[in-house]
Design a protein around this ligand. Structure first.
Ligand SMILES: NC(=O)C1=CN([C@@H]2O[C@H](COP(=O)(O)OP(=O)(O)OC[C@H]3O[C@@H](n4cnc5c(N)ncnc54)[C@H](OP(=O)(O)O)[C@@H]3O)[C@@H](O)[C@H]2O)C=CC1
Ligand SMILES: O=C(O)[C@@H]1CCC=N1
Length: 291
């Protein structure tokens, strides 16, 4: 039996408990970055066997389908990644109670679910838990992840968690109460950017561009703007001012956005997202009888 969690991904066995889009984004990043052998990754879900077979075919991971094999994989793994929806979390995590060893690292990406709730559900106050909030851009190794650690996470396990999320993008450690802010900014963030892109493409089409041209120009504009901020190190505000000639067309556009309270809208949206994540966490606690 393994007594301590390895600090290198290449030596660790990982078990994905929940096999949806976020789990796939993470495991794909790990496999494509060749940080671990696919055979070190086992994946299970509730019922969708076709999904597991698809992941096996695509990435070479080990699908786990029977309940006996599930128990075995969960008990044996060095790291268990919780990747189910918040509504399914309480029941799923409780089933780990009789299976987990005290040194196994639990990594949760579940929105709103606190470290303290996870430990209550597992029934062990000192279980090492990492609470992470990644985003779907992890699929192409451009993810942005906020991470917080329970006090029992060892330095080796911290290193391991960083290695996992750095393999699929960048990671930033935050105090746990700020994970909801991370959810608001970057966890859900890709959706706001896609929403903006949908609106830009739509507007271009309304002005007479073909759908293909509107999409191509929009995609490259967003990609270029993000890369300008990233590679020049200049503030987005400064870069915006460089596009905005006095009394020119951009200024006219920004004034129109301000008439619709653009900044206030984004502010309120991100604050509401963070609040909703907290609500989901509270609902899990309530369902589990913890409040
Ligand atoms: N999508 C995103 O952009 C992000 C999501 N998250 C978080 O990631 C989590 C997963 O989201 P996402 O990947 O989109 O969800 P999906 O709906 O794509 O996947 C959920 C997975 O959980 C499985 N599952 C449900 N109940 C159980 C159970 N009792 N035992 C084992 N597996 C179970 C489902 O299996 P089956 O299909 O068989 O029912 C499915 O494989 C959420 O908690 C979300 O908050 C975090 C950051 C970003
Ligand atoms: O919408 C959600 O609840 C999840 C959390 C972050 C992104 N998607």
């Amino acid at each position: 039996m393994i007594q301590s969690t390895p600090s290198l991904i290449s030596d660790a066995t990982l078990c994905f408990y929940g096999a949806g889009s976020m789990a796939e984004a993470i495991l794909r990043g790990l496999v494509e970055a060749k940080l671990t052998r696919p055979k070190n990754i086992s994946v299970m879900n509730r019922q969708n066997a076709d999904r597991l077979l698809h992941l096996e075919k695509q990435y070479g991971i080990v699908p786990v389908t029977t309940s006996a094999l599930k128990d075995e994989a969960l008990s044996a793994a060095d790291v268990i990644v919780l990747g189910m929806k918040p509504k399914d979390a309480s029941e799923a995590i409780r089933t780990l109670r009789p299976l987990l060893r005290p040194e196994q690292l639990v990594i949760s990406v579940i929105a709103g679910l606190s470290i303290s709730t996870i430990r209550h559900l597992i029934g062990r106050e000192q279980q090492p838990v990492v609470r992470a909030m990644p985003n779907t851009s992890s699929t192409i190794r451009l993810g942005a992840t906020g991470i917080s650690f329970s006090d029992s996470v060892t330095p080796g396990q911290r290193e391991l968690a960083h290695a996992i999320f750095d393999a699929i993008g960048i990671s930033t450690v935050v105090d746990e109460p700020l994970i909801e802010a991370v959810t608001g900014v970057s966890g859900s963030g890709p959706a706001y950017v896609y929403y903006l892109m949908e609106a830009m493409i739509d507007a271009g089409i309304k002005l007479g561009l073909s759908p293909e041209a509107a999409k191509r120009l929009t995609v490259q504009t967003v990609r270029g703007a993000a890369e300008m901020v990233n590679s020049t190190g200049e503030d987005p505000g400064e870069l915006r001012r460089k596009v905005t000639s006095p009394n020119g067309s951009t200024q006219a556009a920004i004034e129109k956005l301000d008439q619709f309270s653009f900044q206030e809208g984004v502010n309120e949206a991100i604050a509401r997202c963070a609040e909703r994540a907290r609500e989901m966490g509270e609902a899990i606690r309530k369902e589990a009888g913890l409040d």
